[in-house]
Structure formats: structure tokens, C-alpha cells
Design a protein around this ligand. Structure first.
Ligand SMILES: Cc1cc2nc3c(=O)[nH]c(=O)nc-3n(C[C@H](O)[C@H](O)[C@H](O)COP(=O)(O)OP(=O)(O)OC[C@H]3O[C@@H](n4cnc5c(N)ncnc54)[C@H](O)[C@@H]3O)c2cc1C
Length: 414
């Protein structure tokens, strides 16, 4: 195989893995990163612990990427979760599997992941250009020829792998200029929108509840007709609305409903293990035991203190009312609130606050077996910049590593 000059743009997980794979195959590789460090977003991932993949099987994995997951079958066939786990473990980094099969470094530190990647880049003699920004790409006769840098330099090349990420958390470097360049080259960029994103609600209550976490609840989002329901989990109230793993996971559908101008609301089931009848019995029992206390105090056995105020406000019950004075219709409305505390969703938080970007380089214009552009010979894509996004749980980083690996290998072998 003749040695080719391969340039990779973007020093995130996708770009680093592309550069590693191409250099392992003895190619002459340059990695270009506009920051002064590699993996700035990777360092933030999993709250600084880096949930790098998930240990579930292939079919379950593919279901975690909305409707386009099948596109990844080839990339996963080449380099999947167990390959990624082996990659790190063979280089001395111990990993562990936590609940819902999420994989983390045993060190609980994302920087230990970045360190292994950096060492492997170094070992394979990848030339890393830090503080260097891609400005444009030169294409002649539908074949990629050179890269223009912001500092005025033009580097000729044989193959170009773009892995410039999405549009969120822009301070990490994902500012979207990759999309503009690729669009100029003639590629379609599917609408860029937030994925895994907190939601805003119409009601004023979040201000009172900011920072409150509700555990073991169930969520149901509805657009009036269709609905999606969560498993039992955690919800976090924010200044503007709701967040937490359950909300983020279900937000993708909600984003699309909101874009169709649909009215969207969420119902929180605070006692998913109990039926309405069981809950009513439970309330009756508490009411009997605490008949002379105020209702506000009686509810303490069942609800976090901050939520009691909101609950009683919605149910229009005076918090000072004695428990024995609560009418059966008031009790019934409390039961309904426990099983379906309802808020109107007005919008998502901006894309800047999203964990991933939905949309990107159209999958119709990328060959899934190689990650090469269908329109421009020698141009490859990897990571979040392609029109794919996954659920929380390690699915986005595996996407980045797998597509990166495949692009690096295909660029080397082409
Ligand atoms: C807070 C947070 C936590 C997350 N936690 C997890 C998690 O635990 N598990 C998980 O699976 N996913 C997680 N994700 C998602 C995951 O981090 C991303 O999907 C992943 O980083 C995408 O990798 P990438 O290499 O495609 O892009 P990025 O990591 O965004 O890297 C792109 C790189 O390209 C560089 N670049 C951009 N433009 C240019 C240019 N013109 N010239 C030169 N360089 C350029 C950028 O500086 C950047 O370093 C998280 C995301 C966020 C925001």
C-alpha cells in the first residue's frame, strides 16, 4: 500500500480515532485542532467521568439512534463496543460497567481516556497541529486536493477526514464552521437542532423548584395524540423547566413535535408503583393518622417539602387547612396530581445547551461502508457532524469512535 498523506480535522474522539487508525496502517497523518488541547468536549463528558460506551448487544445498540441507526451497522461491524473496551484495556486503562450497562474508566476521570488516545497518537507518529483552524477545502474535478488554514497556509493532501463535531457547548470548539464548509462543497446539511436537551415549561413553578430532584418518577410526554413514556428514573427541575436523564432521553421526539408547532405537555407520575386506588388508600391512611395536622404537614410523608407548596397551589387547597377538613373531592384531585402533575412544554433550551446536535451531513451522501462522501472523492466524515445522534448512555461516544475508526481505515486502504 502506497503511503498517503491523510489530514484529519478535529481533535475530538472521532478525529483522534481516525488519526490513530490511519497511522496504525502506516499512513502519513496530520491531525488539525483549533484548540490548544485535544478532546475538550470529551473531558466534560459523563460529568467529567466519560461514559465512553455501553455494553449492550448490537441490536439494542442500533435502536438507540432514532430511525437512522441502521446506517451504523457497517461501522459497528468494524469497530464496536467490545473493540473499544479492548482498545483501552490493552493500553492499561481499566474500565467498569455501571447500571444500564454504561461503561466508564475505573478512575472515574475522562482525562484518563484522553491520555490513552494522546499516547497512541504519539506512538504512531501523528503530527498534531494545535491552535490551527481549517478555513476551507479545495476540491478539483470532484476530488479533494488541499486544505486551507486560517493562518493562510495551504496543505496538499491525498485524503481528508472531517470530524469537526456539532454545534453545542461551543466553548469546546464545536462551533459549526465545518458544516458551512461542507455545505459550500455541495453537501446537504440536514437541519441542525438540539438533541438531549433540557426543556422549558410555561408554568411559573420551576423558579420555586429549581435544583429539586425527583427520584423514581415516570414521565409521559404527549402532543395531544401521540405520546412517549419513560421508564422510572430521575427528573431535575431547572430555572426554566425540566432536565435530568429521563427528560434528555425523551427530548429528541419533543424537539420534533415542537418544530411542527404542536402543543406538547408532560405528565409526571410521582408514584408509578401505585395505582390510583392504592394511592387513594395510602392518602386516606395518612389523613387518618394526621387528622389534626395541617394538610401541608401531612403531605410531608409523601412529597418533598418544596413540591408541597406547588401541589397545594395547583389543587387550590389552603396549606393551613386541617387534614380532617379536606373534602373527598380535594383528596381525589391530590391523587390525580400525584399520578399526573402536568406542565406545558413551550420550547427546548438553545442548541448551545444540548448534549448533542441533531442533523448534520446527510447520510444519503455518505457511503456507510467507508464514511466517504458520495459527491467528493477522498473526503470522509466522522462523529457528531454526520446526521446521527444517540441516546444518553455512551451511545454518542461509541458513534464517534466507530465512525472515526472506519473513516481512518477506509482512507488508508482506498
Ligand atoms: C456536557 C456533555 C457531556 C457528554 N457526555 C457524554 C457521555 O458521557 N457519553 C457519550 O456517549 N456522549 C457524551 N456527550 C456527547 C459527546 O461528547 C459528543 O457526541 C462527542 O464529543 C462528539 O465527538 P466528535 O469528535 O464528533 O466532536 P467533538 O468532540 O465536538 O470534537 C470536534 C473537534 O473539532 C474541532 N474543530 C471544530 N472546527 C474546527 C476547525 N475549523 N478547525 C480545526 N478544528 C476544529 C473542535 O475544536 C473539537 O475539538 C456529551 C456531550 C456534552 C456536551
Amino acid at each position: 500500500m502506497k503511503t498517503k498523506k491523510i489530514i484529519v480535522v478535529g481533535g475530538g474522539p472521532a478525529g483522534m480515532m481516525s488519526a490513530i487508525r490511519a497511522s496504525q496502517l502506516k499512513q502519513d497523518v496530520i491531525l488539525i485542532e483549533k484548540n490548544s488541547i485535544l478532546g475538550k468536549k470529551l473531558l466534560l463528558s459523563g460529568k467529567g467521568r466519560c461514559n465512553l460506551t455501553n455494553a449492550c448487544d448490537l441490536d439494542s445498540f442500533l435502536k438507540r439512534y432514532s430511525k437512522n441507526g441502521q446506517f451504523l451497522r457497517d461501522a459497528f461491524k468494524r469497530f464496536f463496543n467490545q473493540d473499544l473496551i479492548r482498545f483501552f484495556e490493552e493500553r492499561g486503562l481499566k474500565l467498569k460497567v455501571e447500571r444500564q450497562l454504561r461503561v466508564f474508566p475505573e478512575s472515574n476521570r475522562a482525562d484518563s481516556i484522553v491520555k490513552v488516545l494522546e499516547e497512541e497518537l504519539q506512538k504512531n507518529k501523528v503530527n498534531i497541529l494545535y491552535n490551527t483552524k481549517m478555513k476551507d477545502v479545495i476540491v478539483e474535478n470532484k476530488e479533494v486536493k488541499a486544505l486551507c488554514l486560517e493562518n493562510g497556509k495551504i496543505i496538499s493532501l491525498d485524503r481528508l477526514i472531517l470530524a469537526t463535531g456539532g454545534l453545542s457547548y461551543s466553548f469546546t470548539g464545536s462551533t459549526g464552521e465545518g458544516f458551512k464548509i461542507v455545505r459550500r462543497l455541495g453537501h446537504r446539511i440536514v437541519d441542525l437542532r438540539p438533541g438531549l436537551v433540557p426543556l422549558e415549561i410555561k408554568q411559573d413553578y420551576p423558579r420555586l423548584l429549581e435544583g429539586l430532584t425527583l427520584k423514581n418518577i415516570r414521565l409521559k410526554f404527549s402532543d395531544g395524540g401521540k405520546h412517549i413514556e419513560s421508564n422510572i428514573g430521575e427528573l431535575l427541575f431547572t430555572k426554566f423547566g425540566i432536565s435530568g436523564p429521563l427528560v434528555l432521553s425523551l427530548s429528541s421526539k419533543v424537539v420534533d413535535w415542537l418544530r411542527q408547532d404542536k402543543k406538547v405537555f408532560v405528565e409526571i407520575d410521582l408514584k408509578p408503583a401505585l395505582t390510583m386506588e392504592q394511592l387513594d388508600m395510602r392518602l386516606l391512611r395518612e389523613f387518618k393518622l394526621n387528622s389534626n395536622k395541617t394538610i401541608k404537614n401531612t403531605l410531608r410523608a409523601l412529597l418533598p417539602k418544596r413540591l408541597i407548596r406547588v401541589f397545594l397551589e395547583i389543587a387550590r387547597i389552603n396549606p393551613q387547612k386541617k387534614t380532617h377538613q379536606i373534602t373527598s373531592s380535594e383528596r381525589k384531585s391530590l391523587v390525580s396530581l400525584f399520578k399526573g402533575l402536568r406542565f406545558d412544554i413551550t420550547r427546548t433550551r438553545p442548541i448551545e445547551e444540548a448534549m448533542v446536535t441533531k442533523g448534520g451531513v446527510s447520510l444519503k451522501e455518505i457511503t456507510p461502508r467507508t464514511m466517504e462522501s458520495v459527491l467528493i472523492k477522498g473526503l470522509y466524515f466522522a462523529g457528531e457532524m454526520i446526521d446521527l445522534d444517540g441516546d444518553t448512555g455512551g451511545f454518542n461516544l461509541q458513534l464517534a469512535f466507530s465512525t472515526g475508526y472506519l473513516a481512518g481505515e477506509a482512507a488508508a486502504f482506498s
